[in-house]
Ligand binder design. Structure first.
Ligand code: ZN
Length: 277
């Protein structure tokens, strides 16, 4: 049985769900686009080929192992990635790294893990992406907005005709800035407002984790919360005594205003300002 489950979001958008993460296949009248592709566990290619009715390309919103792990199964396709995330892809998407992370996740949920089902890392080239880039799939347009923070080159995707914004890991609850390659809270605070003008044309935010969608408030609330961290007003929750990162909002006893309720940010206390990146 396949580990993947596909469901329609709209006529044009299909969501593919696997443990811990989901990703999207979109199609217009001319062409399709696979946006992220999960961990690279088990055969994804036949699943997408069954959904696709047009030729398609592959776009990676960022270079993390749970989003870009199956890229090797699409090595005959054009693969898009912002060059700012290329180094991170090379470092974090190796087969042993993905195997280690996913095995832990499976064990936590008492699922059987088969190490032979991991795809090797993609060795091919990438076509670069740029802020504001538009993809015309035929009567269906996507616009990319770069929102650096979670990674240096992470892209969000506006599905104009469907009034949806795939904010992905760039802006959902929680935003994790506690990765090796994450930028500072200050950088995130400066980049989130790039999304504000687009929100007039958006009814719902799509994400890749934790329920797969969120109200557009998550964008405003995340910006507010980043501002509170910069002012030193957040809850500064430490999960374990020796953990070197903090959680900005305490879920149960937050001293923050209700505005923060739909957001949270994980961050390093030594990487709050841009000068500390
Ligand atoms: Zn990520």
């Amino acid at each position: 049985m396949s580990i993947y489950k596909a469901e329609k979001v709209t006529k044009n958008i299909t969501r593919i769900i696997m443990p811990y993460v989901c990703f999207y296949y979109v199609e217009g009248t001319e062409r399709g686009l696979l946006i992220d592709n999960g961990w690279g566990y088990d055969d994804l290619r036949p699943v997408i080929d069954e959904i696709a009715t047009k030729e398609y390309d592959v776009l990676l919103t960022h270079g993390h192992p749970d989003h870009a792990g199956a890229t090797n199964q699409f090595s005959d396709k054009r693969v898009y990635l912002n060059h700012k995330d290329q180094k991170m892809f090379d470092r974090s998407c190796s087969e042993p790294t993905r195997r280690f992370l996913l095995k832990n996740h499976f064990e936590k949920h008492a699922m059987d893990f088969d190490r032979d089902l991991m795809s090797p890392i993609y060795q091919g080239g990438f076509t670069d992406l740029s802020d504001g880039q538009v993809f015309d799939l035929g009567s269906y347009t996507l616009e990319l907005i770069e929102v650096p923070g979670h990674t240096p080159g992470i892209m969000t995707v506006l599905f104009k005709e469907n009034r949806l914004l795939l904010a992905g890991d760039a802006c959902f609850n929680p935003i994790s800035l506690n990765n090796q390659s994450s930028l500072s809270v200050e950088s995130l605070y400066e980049s989130i407002p790039k999304l504000f003008p687009y929100l007039r044309d958006v009814d719902l935010v799509l994400t890749n984790h934790n329920g797969y969608d969120a109200p557009i408030d998550v964008v405003y609330a995340s910006h507010y919360l980043a501002g509170e961290i910069l002012k030193g007003n957040d809850d500064k929750v430490r999960i374990k005594e020796d953990s070197n990162w903090l959680i900005a909002r305490h879920k149960d006893q937050s001293k923050l205003s209700d505005i923060a309720e739909t957001a949270n940010i994980y961050y390093y206390p030594h990487r709050i300002y841009k000068s500390e990146e």
